[in-house]
Design a protein around this ligand. Structure first.
Ligand SMILES: Cc1cc2nc3c(=O)[nH]c(=O)nc-3n(C[C@H](O)[C@H](O)[C@H](O)COP(=O)(O)OP(=O)(O)OC[C@H]3O[C@@H](n4cnc5c(N)ncnc54)[C@H](O)[C@@H]3O)c2cc1C
Length: 295
């Protein structure tokens, strides 16, 4: 199928882009890597009057560190993130996760910002930036604002953004990130969207006790979510005990009610969510062991 007719603009600067967004309002849409949006247009699941292609706005394509904050421009390709030595050095979790996003061909075009704004509950980057405490920088002609990712995802494919706004970058604080990390997902075939995914960050002391723990999960709700501290508490101060890991997995999923679909029933998603939570806790613990934090 072909998309319905639209006007096409290819701005060269951020100012031009924001001006177009202000003029077109909800009749205009940003085109980034096009890996999600072009199929949506082609299948006529959405129509637009105007497509604002940001691929020539070179100022939106960067990876840098400033004041212990990793800053990633929205137009950074997922494959660039995956191959960045800077990212590997500071946030190896991010690099490891990129390999699960679609295929190398889609990562060559797909952008970091596009994945975040698209807000698929099974997407890898929203989940990982969420656990890393990331925030997004959003600009319009009127203002620039920041939002924690925890508040950014509203529901399935929906974020806290207005039609005249552009996500310009994502920022992640790189100090005090726990040393142990693990990401796991299950999809039907390599490169498919995950059915469920889980990610864990952890520090432990020399006695083997867990002293810091974060866990996030995707694919079991309309948005990816962070486990709350209370649910994780049984593991804090403890070693790696199977019955406590089970208890924590039960706690985290207590309120989850995943939808069933063509790919997996609700029960199956719950089952693999439990399996993945246990796996990421165990793998993060092993990695934390190699990076032991003094008591
Ligand atoms: C075969 C295939 C497999 C895939 N598998 C996976 C997978 O396993 N995991 C995964 O996460 N993704 C997967 N994807 C999707 C892919 O990662 C997309 O790249 C991503 O979802 C969207 O990024 P994009 O740059 O292509 O954005 P686009 O498709 O261009 O845009 C997506 C949406 O975001 C909006 N948008 C984009 N950038 C901005 C911005 N800066 N400000 C405001 N709005 C913006 C657009 O208007 C549009 O609504 C797959 C895609 C394909 C084709």
């Amino acid at each position: 199928m072909k998309p319905a007719k639209f006007d096409y603009y290819s701005p060269q600067t951020l100012e031009e882009t924001l001006n177009l967004l202000a003029n077109y309002g909800d009749e205009g849409k940003v085109l980034a890597g096009g890996q999600s949006f072009i199929p949506i247009l082609n299948m006529r699941m959405s129509e637009v009057d105007c497509l604002i292609d940001i691929n020539n706005v070179k100022d939106l394509d960067f990876i840098e560190i400033e004041d212990d904050i990793l800053k990633i421009g929205t137009l950074t390709r997922q494959r660039t993130l995956e191959r960045s030595d800077l990212v590997y050095d500071k946030l190896p979790l991010l690099r490891e996760t990129c390999e699960f996003i679609g295929h190398r061909q889609t990562r060559n075009r797909g952008t970091v910002g596009g994945s975040i704004v698209h807000a698929d509950p099974s997407a890898e980057l929203p989940l990982v930036f969420l656990i890393l405490g990331g925030k997004v920088i959003i600009q319009s002609e009127m203002e620039t604002r920041e939002t924690e990712l925890n508040d950014f995802f509203l529901t399935y494919l929906t974020t806290d953004m207005m039609p005249d706004e552009l996500l310009t970058s994502i920022q992640v604080p790189i100090l005090d990130i726990p040393k142990g990390y693990a990401f796991e997902e299950i999809s039907r075939r390599h490169g498919d969207f995950a059915l469920v995914s889980a990610v864990c960050l952890m520090d432990r002391n020399l006695s083997g006790e867990i002293i810091k723990l974060k866990l996030a999960i995707g694919g079991v709700d309309a948005i990816p979510f962070l486990a709350n501290e209370e649910d994780l508490k049984p593991l804090i101060g403890s070693g790696l005990k199977e019955e406590i890991i089970n208890e924590v997995a039960e706690n985290i999923l207590e309120m989850a009610e995943p939808d069933g679909d063509l790919h997996a029933s609700s029960e199956y998603r719950m089952h693999i969510a439990k399996v993945l939570i246990k796996r990421v806790i165990k793998r993060a613990y092993l990695r934390a062991e190699r990076n032991e934090v003094p008591i």
